[in-house]
Design a protein around this ligand. Structure first.
Ligand code: BGC
Length: 717
């Protein structure tokens, strides 16, 4: 069923959706009981921030403040009630790998374990809401926050995000999925207006959020800073009232990003439930002058806005509080920076590291035979946890790659370190450092260069000295600090060079990629990252991570830059590439990426065979066999794509609709089955404003990456 509402110039459609959030009658009656007792002033106190990370409570009724904390990969250091860090030394938490590294595991179960760690530590630290997961689409490699996010693919996001949210919320803490939506660049994030087609919205940008709400049951959402079709996202009538709260039946609260509300009436009516932030206005306004504070009170008193509008917001806030035992109940204590939690962080790093290239099987290195290693590059000794902006974590400890390697090899192997480059904005190739690195590489059997992007370290200047950080985008895709020059020289000096790349995504490596023997992408792998990297290099761990984004050879190959606009003019950015984001573009437009979406190698080999496709009612069952035909135990992420062979609209060459991570011992095989619902074959039709299954021929493709399809079968639907 499709209901079309015509409002002014815009045609809005309420699209039929499967499933909505549910309410619980017991919880509802508690809420109504409290609501009856609240004065208007008290209600207003609850809908805006009253310190950097809390919103107002009502003590006389036992309604506490709502305490939030970043962030996506660890509970943030304590700030007290303003932005000054407490520095009391009691807030060291488990620094988990970042969102992108978690996603590279392609293992939803690890999402749950990860969320449980966060939830448990948040609870221990007295937080009610953890400000994560971040799930904005990786639209351009330049976005400074890609490291916090998941993928370019909506299906992969949908699958990875649900485990994370359930993990957090099963601990009795709320997750906050952010930034709703289209916060796909940091440049001009405060006001840029995003324009995209309804099809791109429905097929690419919304599914992850929908899964977070409908399948994950997220209690809270954070609105993005930017505008969408002319209205700020946090109180965008279409996004918030019609889609989030209407179509998906979201029953929790949507808070603003910090300082993302810019007017009272629009915010109240546009669906924002809670205004958060600190530095609102110049000079900064006190909390009781926030848009949803005294100005809101005045509007209700004058009759400009009905009190029922405020009641709805307060109900949502109370609902979150009751559901998470904040009112009249006791919480279990949670746990804090435990060895168990570090184990989860390590596991995620182990499965999230991606082996991009391994020429002549130089990896894994053999502990018994390698006698000398040169470790080169400032990232080998750099701590990352406190970088990146709001996602900073004060780690209990952080194992760097150099420390991990030293612990891994033991006394038979000598390791010499050479810095290679200096981490500082605009630092260029340094002839002296390169000469030292070359000398070190020459005298070793193997050279391991640890490079890539960096997080900001000094929080106060994070946008200035960082590439993967909130508040700014990367200027281009080129490796900073003269790393191209360094890596090329090291490879010349020692042909057995392995490159380990940190960072939240792709960089242009064309200058040396062909000559490097092996390349690893490690994202930001958390407090146990150095150990995990070393164990992968030495084969104690068989790599099983896969890229969650397409890695372009150069920036101009990226669809947002080739077909679309980035960063737009000072007012608008038009997503002209439409649905052709990531591999949907590379595969359809036949542009060869450096590394394809879904790519990632292993130390063993997998064989695919015997594909069968059958239709049972409205479902398509795909089954096939995967065999570990190599000598090491390992895991393969098998990927199922769907291709529409003939359609009324231009469709992508293929779209991911299923995947499974399969763990196999040498010689072992497994029959894998994918159950594809009819939704897997649909596209969003802008004429009827609905999802359409066009009868005809389709093809199911199964493979190890979007450019490595092993099995295919046609079917008629
Ligand atoms: C970020 C959010 C974060 C908030 C609170 C904002 O600047 O965009 O992701 O949760 O700050 O720290």
């Amino acid at each position: 069923m499709l209901t079309v509402l015509v409002t002014g110039l815009f045609v809005f459609a309420i699209v039929k959706t499967n499933g909505q959030q549910k309410t619980d009658p017991l919880v509802e009656s508690k809420i109504e009981n409290l609501l009856k007792q609240l004065t208007l002033e008290e209600k207003i106190r609850m809908i805006h921030g009253n310190s950097s990370f809390t919103s107002g409570g009502v003590e006389r009724l036992g309604i506490p403040e709502l305490t939030t904390s970043d962030g996506p990969h660890g509970v943030r250091p304590e700030h007290g009630r303003d932005w000054t860090l407490d520095n009391k030394g009691n807030d060291s938490s488990t620094y988990l790998p970042v969102g992108l590294t978690l996603a590279s595991t392609w293992n939803p179960e690890l999402g749950y374990a990860f969320g449980s760690v966060l939830g448990s530590e948040a609870k221990y630290r007295g937080k009610d809401v953890i400000l994560g997961p971040g799930i904005n689409i990786l639209r351009t490699p330049l976005n400074g926050r890609n490291f916090e996010y998941v993928s370019e693919d909506p299906y992969l996001i949908s699958k990875m995000v649900v485990g994370y949210i359930k993990g957090v919320q099963d601990q009795g803490i709320s997750a906050c999925v952010k930034h709703f939506m289209a916060n796909n660049q940091e440049i001009r994030r405060d006001g840029i207006n995003v324009e995209m087609s309804e099809r791109a919205l429905r097929e690419i940008y919304l599914p992850g959020f929908k899964a977070a709400i409908v399948d994950g049951g997220a209690n809270t959402v954070m609105g993005a800073y930017n505008k969408f079709r002319g209205e700020y996202c946090t109180y965008n009538d279409y996004l918030v009232n019609k889609i989030l709260k209407g179509e998906w039946g979201f029953k929790g609260l949507i808070m603003s990003d910090w300082g993302a509300i810019h007017s009272t009436k629009e915010a109240l009516l546009g669906g924002a439930d809670l205004e958060m932030g600190t530095d609102i206005g110049v000079p900064p306004k006190p909390f009781d002058e926030f848009y949803m504070s005294t100005p809101a009170l005045k509007m209700v008193k004058s009759g400009e806005v009905a009190e029922s509008v405020i009641d709805d917001k307060v109900r949502r806030i109370l609902r979150v509080m009751v559901k998470t035992n904040m009112i009249g109940a006791k919480r279990s204590p949670g746990a804090y920076a435990t060895a168990e939690h570090a184990k989860v962080a390590k596991k995620v790093a182990e499965e999230g590291i991606i082996l991009l290239k391994n020429k002549g099987n130089i990896l894994p290195l053999q502990k018994s035979s390698v006698k000398s290693i040169a470790v080169i590059g400032a990232n080998a000794t750099r701590d990352n946890a406190m970088g990146g902006g709001s996602s900073q974590v004060r780690p209990k400890y952080e194992i760097t790659p150099l420390e991990g390697l030293q612990a891994c090899v033991g006394n038979n192997t000598s390791i010499r370190f050479s810095q290679g480059y200096t981490i500082a904005r605009d630092a260029k190739a340094d002839a002296k450092l390169i000469a030292d690195a070359v000398e070190t590489a020459k005298n070793a059997e193997v050279a391991i260069v640890v490079g890539g992007w960096t997080h900001g370290f000094d929080y106060s200047v994070w946008a200035d000295n960082a590439y993967d950080a909130e508040g700014g985008d990367k200027p281009d895709m080129n490796m900073p600090f003269g790393q191209d020059e360094l890596i090329s020289q090291v490879i010349k000096a020692n042909p057995n060079t392995i490159v380990v790349l940190f960072g939240g995504g792709a960089m242009n490596i064309t200058k040396w990629e062909g000559k490097a023997k092996a390349i690893l992408q490690v994202g930001y792998p958390g407090l146990e990252g150095g150990n995990a990297i070393a164990e992968v290099l030495f084969g104690d761990i068989n790599p099983s991570g896969k890229l969650t984004f397409s890695w372009p050879k150069k920036l101009e190959d990226s669809p947002a830059h080739k077909l679309g606009e980035y960063p737009g003019d000072s007012i608008n950015v038009h997503y002209k590439e439409d649905i052709f984001v990531g591999y949907r573009y590379f595969d359809t437009y036949k542009v060869k990426p450096q590394f394809a979406f879904g790519h990632g190698l292993s130390y063993t080999k997998f064989e695919y065979s015997d594909i069968q496709v059958s239709t049972v009612g409205k479902e398509v069952k795909v089954s096939f066999n995967v065999k570990n035909s190599g000598k090491a135990a390992g895991a393969e992420v098998v990927q199922g794509y769907v291709k529409d062979l003939k359609a009324a609209v231009k469709r992508p060459e293929k779209e991911l609709k299923a995947f499974e991570k399969v763990f196999l011992k040498p010689g072992e095989s497994k029959q894998v089955s994918f159950q594809l619902s009819e939704d897997a074959f649909k596209y969003f039709d802008e004429k009827s404003m609905n999802w359409v299954l066009e009868p005809g021929q389709f093809e199911v493709l199964v493979g190890a990456a979007s450019d490595n399809i092993k099995l295919k079968k046609k079917l008629q639907l």
